[in-house]
Design a binder for this molecule. Structure first.
Ligand code: SAM
Length: 296
C-alpha cells in the first residue's frame, strides 16, 4: 500500500498543478505542507485501528492519508466541489476512507456516527477552516454527538482562549464553554510557513478530550451559558451591572444581588474573575430563585 506522500511542498504543488486547483479564500484553505506537524497531530489524537475518525475539510487529502493509515475508518467532509476529484485520486490506495461532499455545519454527524460507528464515540481530527472554528466545535459539543476527542488546528489566539482560566485577558465565554465539555491541551504551535498558502496568523494544535461527566453540577445549562455570555459581553463592568443590562436575562438588581450573596461573591466582582464552578453555583442560585417565584 502507498504510504502518505503529501504534506511536503513538492508533492502538494504537483497535485495542485495536475488539477489546476485555485485556492478559495472564502473556504479558509491553507493546506499543510509539513510532515512533522502531521505526525504530531496523529500522535496527539491517539488514534488506533479501533477508531472511526471524522475529518473536517480534507483539502487535497494530506492529513486524510495519515488518518487512513492510523484509523479503522475515516469519513472526510469537504465543501469545495473542486477538491472531490482530487481526493478520489490522492486517496485511491486506501479503502477505509469515505469522502462526503458537503458543508460540515449542515452534516448530520449524529447519523454518521450511528451508521458508521454504531453510535460509539468518534474522534474528530481537522486542520479547521478558521472562519467557522467556533460554530464547528460548539456544534459538536452542544448537539451531544458521541465524541471522544477533538484534535484540531486552530488560530493560535483561539487555542489560547480555549485553554485559559480567570485572570487572563484571553479568558471568556469560549474558555468556559470548551472547559465545561472537555479538557483542552495545546499540543503544538505551528508557524505560517507550515501551510500553503501561508496564513497571516500563527496556528496551534489543540486536543479537546471530552469529559466523561461535566466537571460541575448545573441544573440549567442554558441559563449558565446565558449568564456567562452576559458577563463577558460587558467584561469591564461589574457582574451585577452586566447581568442587569443583558437582553438575554430579566432579573432585577435585587434578585441578582441576592443570588450573588448566596454564592458568597463580592458585589463589586467582575464576571471575568469567576471560575466555571462559580458560574455553575450562580446559575443554580438563579434556578432556585425561579422555582421559588414560579418565574419561567
Ligand atoms: N486538511 C487539509 C490540510 O490540512 O491540508 C485542508 C485544511 S484547510 C485549512 C480547510 C479545509 O476545509 C479546506 O479544504 C476547505 O475547502 C474545507 N472547508 C471549508 N469550509 C468547510 C465547510 N463548511 N464544510 C466542510 N469543509 C469545509
Amino acid at each position: 500500500m502507498t504510504r502518505p506522500y503529501l504534506g511536503n511542498p513538492k508533492n502538494t504543488i504537483e497535485v495542485l498543478q495536475k488539477y489546476g486547483f485555485v485556492f478559495q479564500k472564502r473556504f479558509g484553505q491553507n493546506f499543510l505542507i509539513d510532515t512533522h506537524v502531521l505526525e504530531k497531530i496523529i500522535h496527539a489524537s491517539e488514534i488506533t485501528k479501533d477508531d472511526f475518525v471524522l475529518e473536517i475539510g480534507p483539502g487535497i487529502g494530506t492529513m486524510t492519508q495519515y488518518l487512513a493509515e492510523a484509523a479503522g475508518q475515516v469519513a472526510a467532509v469537504e465543501i469545495d466541489s473542486a477538491l472531490i476529484p482530487i481526493l478520489k485520486d490522492t486517496l485511491k490506495d486506501w479503502d477505509n476512507v469515505t469522502v462526503i461532499h458537503g458543508d460540515i455545519l449542515k452534516t448530520d454527524i449524529q447519523k454518521l456516527a450511528r451508521e458508521k460507528n454504531q453510535g460509539r464515540p468518534i474522534k474528530v481530527v481537522a486542520n479547521l477552516p478558521y472562519y467557522i472554528t467556533t460554530p464547528i466545535i460548539m456544534g459538536l459539543f452542544e448537539s451531544h454527538v458521541p465524541v471522544a476527542s477533538i484534535t484540531v488546528m486552530v488560530q493560535k489566539e483561539v487555542a489560547d482562549r480555549m485553554q485559559t482560566g480567570p485572570g487572563s485577558k484571553d479568558y471568556g465565554a469560549l474558555s468556559l464553554a470548551v472547559q465545561y465539555y472537555a479538557r483542552p491541551e495545546i499540543v503544538a504551535n505551528v508557524p505560517p510557513n507550515c501551510f500553503m498558502p501561508r496564513p497571516k496568523v500563527g496556528s496551534a494544535v489543540i486536543c479537546l478530550r471530552k469529559h466523561e461527566a461535566p466537571p460541575v453540577q448545573v441544573e440549567d445549562e442554558k441559563l449558565m451559558f446565558r449568564l456567562i455570555r452576559a458577563s463577558f459581553n460587558q467584561r469591564r463592568k461589574t457582574l451585577v451591572n452586566s447581568l442587569k443590562n443583558s437582553a438575554e436575562l430579566s432579573y432585577s438588581k435585587d434578585q441578582i444581588e441576592k443570588c450573588m450573596e448566596k454564592c458568597g461573591f463580592s458585589m463589586t466582582v467582575r464576571g471575568e474573575a469567576l471560575t466555571l464552578k462559580q458560574f455553575a453555583d450562580l446559575a443554580n442560585a438563579f434556578s432556585s430563585l425561579e422555582s421559588i417565584s414560579g418565574k419561567e
